[in-house]
Design a protein around this ligand. Structure first.
Ligand SMILES: Cc1cc2nc3c(=O)[nH]c(=O)nc-3n(C[C@H](O)[C@H](O)[C@H](O)COP(=O)(O)OP(=O)(O)OC[C@H]3O[C@@H](n4cnc5c(N)ncnc54)[C@H](O)[C@@H]3O)c2cc1C
Length: 501
């Protein structure tokens, strides 16, 4: 299967706001947030930026609009300046200057983030990493790849495939998101069950601190136990501690055989039992386990005009295997499906390794987010919940919001206990908003879940961080922030809850 073809449908997200419909309200008008005490950009600042970069890499005026709006159209900033560095030294010069003037900045990758973290809240300068897109080295023996942070995930995948490797991360936004954005959000995606998260596969990073200091934390080895592992501070800190400029990532050998099963399931208990059976019978070749409820699948099939190979069921699951022997893997997957059907866990299903059919199946899953956006405004939640209670919140929330919502649906990486919960309405609506938040987070917290499984905290969730982190942990996060960015110029209003000054 070509992993590339699948996700290129998301290229339209390249310049931010995905939905063709309304431009969202300004963030400062929609949410109760107060501008920090930062400098306001003047002509001398712009001239300084033009002296660090070439003039055409300092964007001002109308062209900045796309950089101000997030992919889901939930937030809109009013920045008038976008900077496009090409080198680490340029990033360093920019930050040194911004820090000295107390100019706030927001690092931006592919702008596919789903928590409002990648765009300005007010007039912060956007530092777009899109031109830092060089791949320095692909070592086919060790599998270690070094590149700049602005390489688009899909392009990285295409390049490492030429050396028979694959990137240990795959997500629906791969046609637009950057590997540096993935690292900065510790993105999970469709194959986390197989390759683990980026804290494991990212071997080193280079990052520029708020004062312009370049931290070289690169490593060419999987094994390197020399003191504190500082790189982890930049994995998942969403641009709040530094700007990631380079990274080294371990890429495993590309699978020679990929097979998919797409199955229909009558109830959630059967989803759980089918997952258990898959782990037992597919073991080491299992590379993805996804769950989609009926309404979610209905959105992507209808809005994207995709023909599902199965009739309607309350739940669907996708099982992917990646191995080295197609006949062996196909046999295992077919046996698994037969057993699941014999045990009445699965009502119907198909197994395939034909690339066109696999592409269709993956599109039904990956285009749900896009389909929901096409239908209106979507409140999106990305939570980790114990599998025994994984789906319960969907009907509970549906009941709670009643007719105010058009659709309440759930899908996600069930193999990693990660639910994507969506509440769709015509447009942003304060009444639903107050019914859904903080309810979703309180509910999650009661089950000891996580309020952010993989998308991060961004702008939308700092006030809910305490549902998943202790006071002591938040205090230490704040101390680290003060140490590394004393003027708080890096991605303000995000990740950490505001201090009640
Ligand atoms: C259709 C779709 C499917 C998705 N599926 C998944 C999924 O399966 N799993 C998942 O985890 N996410 C998923 N996402 C969310 C999103 O794609 C990821 O969070 C992705 O990692 C963001 O990368 P980006 O380059 O677009 O970063 P951006 O959206 O530009 O930025 C995200 C955050 O990282 C910061 N940042 C970006 N680049 C840098 C840098 N170089 N240095 C420091 N900070 C930086 C930004 O300031 C921001 O806070 C999906 C999104 C879409 C639209």
């Amino acid at each position: 299967m070509s992993l590339l073809s699948r996700s290129s449908v998301f290229n339209f997200a390249k310049r931010g706001f995905a939905s063709s419909s309304k431009i969202p309200d300004l963030t400062k008008d929609r949410y109760p947030v107060k501008r920090g005490n930062y400098a306001i950009i003047n002509d001398q600042d712009v001239a300084k930026f033009e002296s660090i970069l070439e003039k055409h890499r300092v964007i001002t005026g109308e062209e900045t609009q796309g950089y101000n709006i997030d992919w889901i159209g939930s937030v809109r900033g009013s920045s008038n300046v976008v900077l496009k560095p090409k080198t680490t030294e340029e990033v360093s010069e920019i930050l040194k200057y911004c820090n000295s003037r107390k100019i706030a900045v927001v690092p931006q990758g592919g702008n596919t983030g789903l928590v409002g973290g990648s765009v300005p809240v007010f007039d912060e300068v956007v530092i777009s990493m899109s031109l830092m897109n060089q791949i320095e080295r692909i070592d086919e023996y060790s599998g270690i790849v070094r590149c700049q942070s602005g390489v688009v995930l899909e392009a990285l995948e295409a390049n490492v495939r030429e050396k028979n490797l694959c990137v240990p991360l795959d997500l629906g936004a791969k046609g637009s998101c950057h590997i540096g954005g993935n690292v900065s959000t510790n993105a999970g995606g469709l194959r986390l069950i197989r390759y683990g998260n980026l804290h494991g596969s990212v071997l080193g990073v280079e990052a520029v601190l708020a004062n312009g200091q370049i931290m070289n934390l690169m490593s060419n080895f999987k094994k390197d136990n020399t003191g504190f592992h500082l790189k982890h501070l930049f994995i998942g800190s969403e641009g709040s501690l530094g700007i990631v400029t380079k990274l080294a990532i371990h890429c495993p050998t590309a699978p020679q055989a990929v097979n998919l099963a797409f199955v229909g399931v009558e109830n959630y208990q059967n989803v759980l039992d089918t997952f258990l059976l898959a782990k037992k019978e597919l073991g080491e070749i299992l590379s993805s386990v996804e769950m989609i409820d009926e309404l979610s699948l209905g959105c992507s099939t209808t809005m994207c005009n995709i023909q599902s190979p199965l009739q309607t069921y309350p739940f669907y699951m996708i099982f992917e295997t990646s191995g080295s022997n197609n006949a062996h893997d196909e046999e295992k997957l077919t046996n698994f499906l037969n057993n699941a059907m014999e045990k009445s866990l699965v009502a119907d299903g198909v197994v395939t390794n034909e690339s066109a059919k696999m592409k269709t199946i993956w599109e039904m899953r990956e285009r749900i987010a896009e389909s929901l956006l096409k239908m209106g405004y979507c409140f999106k939640y990305d939570i980790s919940l114990p599998l025994s209670h994984f789906y319960e919140i969907v009907p509970v929330l549906r009941e709670r919001v009643g007719d105010l919502a058009k659709i309440v649906c759930g899908y996600g990486h069930v193999g990693d206990s990660n639910l994507h919960l969506n509440v769709l309405c015509d447009s942003f609506n304060k009444e639903i908003y107050s019914l859904v938040e903080p309810f979703v987070f309180e509910y999650t917290s009661k089950l000891n879940g996580s309020v952010s499984a993989e998308h991060g905290i961004g702008f939308h969730k700092p006030k809910y961080l305490h549902f998943s982190k202790s006071k002591e942990a938040i205090d230490m996060m704040r101390q680290l922030k003060t140490l590394m960015d004393p003027n708080e110029i890096l991605n303000p209003y995000k990740v950490l809850p505001p201090l009640n000054k």
